[in-house]
Ligand binder design. Structure first.
Ligand code: ADP
Ligand code: MG
Length: 262
């Protein structure tokens, strides 16, 4: 893939503290428009740190991130309008209605025709019946839907979602998954996404990046990963690959310690 076509990150490293290993340790990835890349790994693996760097919110210690050919770290303003982000950690103003929330973001995003854009997104996300309801009165699933609607209001080329379905019941999670699939297909949206739900990852992703302790363990389609780890589903790929990665890491730590004593 050429640099101009999407997001290309190379050898990203981020260390938060000198006496701990890097949170992200040499990860490379790419995603094009119309493609879904899932980043999968245990808690603390570095997924959110990686996403914050890709968004240009955290500066990597080393490595490069190019988005449609532009260096994200140096020229974030130039490409900020082409990306957006949603997470269940982000809270929306609770005392405003669904429509008021979207109206505010339409202004923030400086959309040319904010009213039309809000109408359209309310329609797409089946939020019309909720338009006059205050966010504080919505269910967790409805808030998640609104969060993603808000992020798609700016028509980004690439959307980053950090555990968007983590707090949702299976029905609400499925609703979100179907909406995302439609958007990827119809708007040619590139999606970078994290989740601990392996069935969801299997259904949604074109490619999956497995990470552990900040390092890439494997990358490929669900089928490729199942073959590589001789597993029948992604859940067992996850368990096997993480256990192998930990064994490998512990082995190298032993070797390092051993050589230090000689
Ligand atoms: P994940 O999203 O995969 O659960 P994170 O990226 O949140 O993982 O965290 C990776 C590692 O970096 C963890 O050890 C976490 O404690 C550490 N970390 C994350 N953010 C910070 C921060 N702002 N300051 C210090 N350490 C951090
Ligand atoms: Mg996280």
């Amino acid at each position: 893939m050429g640099d101009g076509e999407g997001l290309v990150a190379r050898n990203l490293v981020k260390r938060f503290s000198g006496n701990r290993p890097p949170a992200v340790d040499g990860i490379s990835l790419s995603v094009s428009r119309g493609e879904v890349l899932s980043i999968v790994g245990p808690n603390g693996a570095g997924k959110s740190t990686l996403i914050q760097m890709l968004l240009g919110l955290l500066v990597p210690d080393s490595g490069s991130i190019r988005l449609f050919g532009v260096d994200v770290t140096r020229h974030r303003r130039k490409i900020a309008h082409r990306i957006n982000y949603a997470s269940t950690d982000l809270s929306l103003p609770y005392s405003l209605t669904v429509r008021e929330n979207l109206d505010v973001f339409a202004l923030v995003y400086d959309l040319p025709d904010p009213r039309r854009a809000v109408d359209r997104i309310l329609e797409t996300f089946s939020l019309v019946p909720l338009a006059r309801i205050r966010v504080g009165k919505l269910s967790t699933g409805q808030i998640a839907r609104l969060g993603i609607a808000k992020a798609l209001l700016s028509s980004p080329d690439i959307l980053f979602l950090d555990e968007p379905t983590a707090t949702l019941d299976p029905e609400a999670a499925q609703e979100i998954r179907i909406l995302l699939q439609e958007h990827v297909r119809h708007s040619c949206l590139g999606l970078v996404y994290t989740s601990h739900n392996m069935r969801e990852v299997e259904r949604l992703s074109d490619r999956i990046l497995l990470i552990e302790s900040g390092k890439m363990v494997a990358e490929g389609t669900a089928d490729e990963l199942c073959r590589k780890f001789e597993s029948s589903d992604l859940e067992s790929v996850f368990l096997k690959s993480m256990s192998e990665a930990r064994q490998h890491r512990n082995g190298s730590e032993h070797d390092e310690k051993g050589s230090g004593c000689e």
